[in-house]
Design a protein around this ligand. Structure first.
Ligand SMILES: [Zn+2]
Length: 66
């Protein structure tokens, strides 16, 4: 499932579950996500289906609850 990028209207690809990708992509994520991670990542993420989408054109990253 792909989504349209809000920045450039390019195609955003699903990179998988956030919990599996956090270390690799965390430098690109916004402040809201950083706050969530700094809280309690295990309890706040387990049981939810948060996916990371990254724009193939401008590399914008977004967390989307599927
Ligand atoms: Zn884009």
């Amino acid at each position: 499932m792909n989504r349209e990028c809000p920045g450039c209207e390019g195609e955003m690809g699903d990179q998988g579950r956030v919990v599996d990708l956090l270390d690799e992509y965390s430098p690109y994520l916004d402040q809201n996500w950083t706050d969530l991670v700094d809280g309690d990542p295990d309890s706040s993420l387990n049981g939810k289906c948060l996916h990371l989408f990254v724009c193939q054109d401008c590399k914008l990253a977004m967390i989307i609850k599927e």
